[in-house]
Design a protein around this ligand. Structure first.
Ligand code: NAP
Length: 412
């Protein structure tokens, strides 16, 4: 059953969810968007036009997204006041509709939030950061065979040293913690700064569950647990152990572990679950990228690995991402607000556009997603590109963000 949205000025329908938290998408879903600060309006305008044109072309007008603006960041401060860059109403709207897409947000300087992006993830408990890393033909890359890279990284988003449990050197709190540690027989230096790294069974298992489900639904061949468990045995080490445990308990018929293959089990038709130590993984992704497929990893490893992966295939200007929990997915540009380019209609909209492609895939509107991907690839091969790519290609004059969007539409 799909409910109509009760609003005079708003047509469209609200998403529902099946028993396994998969979205049941109506033909005219309401999708909230956050335009973002800085270059946000430029890249969002180009993206929205392309997504609308692709959906219209793929479904001959039968399906259509009903966009609904949600205010976060500077726009929210203009309406709700300086102290409210992240209004409750906006959070409620994202929760209600279950899918949203956003441009970059300025990190407020001083007081309030450490970062609006981190706050959004924490308040909405978007526990997985999903970052596909795949090369597009024609995009300049620093490696010889970028086309061999095709991985999807699931980074845990709520725990680890990113949980924000950190105390300044010499503060009352860190001095007390040092005293406590001494009573456990540990001996940190006096007046050290202290950061805590919590990693839980629940947090680890829900992330690995999402990664394995993704691998099953998208016919991927392996899920690699990336950890530093050789050194941090009870945090990163247990991330790995809980990951294997979950895989065997919940997905026994679909998976085989690497160890089981060494003992003779076949990986034919199964998803291979293996693990790699984080430092080795950075080498592997450069040297043997075609051996990796889906990666599940704690927060800090995931942060480094997803940006390193993005660099391998052409940089952050083209890297899409989503922050997800079972019933809410927020798709977003992975770069920042690049304030020096704001309002110049200059920068590359591909990061937020490809996040839109992820969103269409999540909605099971695969035909529209494929149209956008192919048209974007074709536009790049035609060398109709924005300044960031043009400056890496000989003799290519850049086009504006809006012209880039128009070129993609004409290639749909
Ligand atoms: P940034 O906004 O990502 O910009 C750094 C540089 O990256 C730009 O100067 C530009 O390089 C390049 N770039 C970024 N986006 C691009 C695009 N779409 N097309 C082409 N090139 C692009 O990082 P920042 O200057 O460190 O951060 C600015 C603000 O954004 C800060 O307030 C930061 O907190 C915030 N931020 C937000 C997010 C988010 O919302 N997810 C993420 C990161 C940072 P060139 O100068 O070489 O042309």
């Amino acid at each position: 059953m799909i409910a109509m949205v009760e609003s005079a000025e708003q047509e469209g329908e609200i998403l529902k969810w099946d028993a396994e938290d998969r979205p049941l998408v109506p033909d005219t879903p309401v999708i909230p968007y956050i335009e973002g600060d800085g270059i946000g309006p430029d890249i969002w305008a180009a993206t929205r036009d392309v997504l609308d044109a692709a959906v219209a072309a793929a479904y001959s007008g039968r399906k259509r997204i009903v966009w609904r603006e949600v205010l976060v960041g500077k726009k929210a401060q203009t309406v709700y006041g300086e102290d409210h860059p992240l209004p409750r109403e906006s959070l409620d709207t994202i929760r209600t509709y279950g899918i949203a897409i956003k441009g970059p947000l300025t990190t407020p300087v001083g007081g309030g939030f450490r970062s609006l992006n981190v706050a959004l993830r924490q308040v909405l408990d978007l526990y997985a950061c999903v970052r596909p890393v795949r090369h597009m033909p024609g995009v300049p890359s620093p490696v010889v065979h970028p086309e061999q890279v095709d991985v999807v990284i699931f980074r845990e988003n709520t725990e680890d040293v990113y949980a924000g449990i950190e105390f300044e050197a010499g503060s009352e709190e860190s001095d007390k913690i040092i005293e406590l540690l001494k009573s456990f027989g540990k001996n940190p230096r006096e007046k050290s700064a202290i950061g805590i790294k919590p990693i839980s069974e629940v947090g680890s298992k829900r992330l690995v569950r999402m990664a394995i489900r993704y691998a099953i639904e998208n016919n991927r061949k392996s899920v690699t647990l990336v950890h530093k468990g050789n050194i941090m045995k009870f945090t990163e080490g247990y991330f790995k152990s809980w990951g294997y445990e979950l895989a065997k308990e919940e997905f026994r018929d679909y998976i085989v572990t690497e160890e089981e293959t060494w003992e003779g089990d076949s990986a034919e038709g199964k998803i291979l679950i293996n693990d790699r130590i984080a430092d080795s993984m950075f080498q592997q992704i450069l040297l043997r990228p075609d051996e990796y497929d889906v990666i599940a990893t704690p927060n800090l490893n995931g942060d480094y690995l997803s940006d390193a992966g993005a660099a391998q295939v052409g940089g952050l200007g083209l890297a899409p991402g989503a922050n997800v929990r079972d019933d809410v997915a927020l798709f977003e540009a992975t770069h920042g607000t690049a304030p020096k380019y704001a309002g110049q209609d200059k920068v590359n909209p591909s990061s937020v556009l490809l996040s839109g492609v992820m969103m269409l895939e999540h909605m099971k509107w695969k035909e529209a997603a494929e149209l956008v991907t192919h048209a974007l690839e074709k536009t790049i091969l035609q060398k109709k590109v924005t300044y960031d790519l043009a400056r890496q290609l000989d003799g290519v004059d850049p086009v504006k963000a809006s012209e880039f969007g128009d070129a993609i539409i004409s290639n749909l």
